[in-house]
Design a protein. Structure first.
Length: 93
């Protein structure tokens, strides 16, 4: 996936709308923790329109600060992967 692109603009409060890819674990984490929206290519514009409509309705007001802070903290792979797979935390260095 284009993970590096997410981390470039999401910390500024953007709601990323991106194309689905094979990494379903990554997609779940980015949707749940990072507020990203994943869809297939043919529904990309409709998904972006839905995000804009939700912004206008104030639907993102409550969770947007927590999501922005999650992105600003950086992706802690050494914590995410063990949590997803249920193993104890390990150091990558």
């Amino acid at each position: 996936g284009e993970y590096h692109r997410l981390s470039e603009f999401a910390p500024f409060g953007c709601i990323p709308v991106m194309e689905n890819f094979a990494d379903t674990i990554g997609i779940r984490v980015y949707e749940r923790c990072g507020g990203a929206i994943f869809t297939n290519q043919t529904n990309m514009m409709a998904a972006a329109e839905d995000v804009i409509a939700n912004i206008d309705r104030g639907s993102y007001n409550l969770g947007s600060k927590a999501i922005t802070n999650w992105w600003k903290a950086g992706i802690q792979w050494e914590k995410i992967l063990p949590a997803v797979f249920g193993v104890e935390e390990v150091s990558l260095f």
